[in-house]
Design a binder for this molecule. Structure first.
Ligand SMILES: [Zn+2]
Length: 260
């Protein structure tokens, strides 16, 4: 499907006139000749016209209007237009991502940012993974640690989480992997933590990454001081969250001093 140009926000670069962010870098201020040919809001007589072709569509977080929006990914063909007639090819344009709401164009790297719905799901998964990692690393699961974990998980959106369900899940994990109390569990846990936290970390502010680590730390502290296995798991979580090891150490100490 080839779509006609639209004039909004200079999405079509006019000769000697305004230019799109992705348009012709050689465009310059209007000259006399161009002003004569293109007066006010009349028909475009001379300039560069881009015909866009939609490649695919989907949903993305629009950095322009700030929300989850539909997008179309497009490539274009630029043509020099004289007296309204396309004459010369001026090469390809894009690919670009066009927001269906604000209709602005962005580079395709805009698709790297997750939607808010996806980000929320990633955050929930991350909390779940950190909580389970801490609980299963401890060698035994105390009532107080379970209490703290249920509170944290409910706060993250797991409304139906109960101590019984969590205990059953941990038992099932232990039966499946032999994880609890197993000194060789760390590589498996590290992989799970990196898988859950790694993709999320670039999209969280430092305070958000630290908050995730502190949630794990408070569960580890619920039944007493950190065990070596809990320290290992929390250090791994900090690494997956791209928190500096010195900051991880500082946060783990800070967690022992702050009320839960
Ligand atoms: Zn938008």
């Amino acid at each position: 499907m080839v779509l006609p140009d639209r004039g909004r926000k200079g999405r079509e670069s006019r000769i000697f006139g305004r230019n799109t962010p992705l348009g012709d870098p050689g465009a310059r201020a209007p000259g006399t000749f161009a002003r004569l040919l293109h007066r006010g809001h009349g028909p475009r007589l001379i300039g560069t016209r881009t015909a866009w072709t939609t490649i695919c569509d989907g949903e993305f977080f629009c950095p322009g209007c700030g929300g989850d929006r539909n997008y179309q990914r497009r490539t274009g063909r630029r043509r020099f237009v004289f007296l309204g007639v396309p004459l010369l090819s001026r090469g390809d344009a894009g690919p670009v991502v066009e927001c269906a709401a604000c209709q602005d164009h962005f580079g395709v790297d805009a698709l790297d940012h997750p939607t808010t719905v996806r980000l929320s799901a990633m955050l929930r998964d991350a909390v779940h993974t950190v909580v389970l990692a801490v609980l299963t690393s401890g060698g035994s699961t105390s009532r107080r640690a379970l209490d703290a974990a249920v509170t944290t998980l409910r706060g993250a959106g797991f409304d139906d989480c109960t101590e019984e369900r969590l205990a059953a899940l941990i038992e099932a994990l232990a039966a499946d992997t032999g994880r609890i109390g197993d000194p060789d569990c760390v590589p498996g846990l590290a992989i799970e933590l990196h898988e859950a936290l790694g993709p999320l970390a670039p999209h969280l502010a430092p305070a958000g990454r630290e908050a995730l680590l502190l949630q794990g730390a408070r569960i580890a502290l619920a039944d007493g001081p950190y065990t070596p296995a809990e320290r290992d798991v929390l250090a791994t979580a900090g690494c997956a969250l791209t928190i500096d090891p010195d900051d991880v150490a500082r946060l783990l100490v800070a967690a022992t001093r702050t009320p839960r």
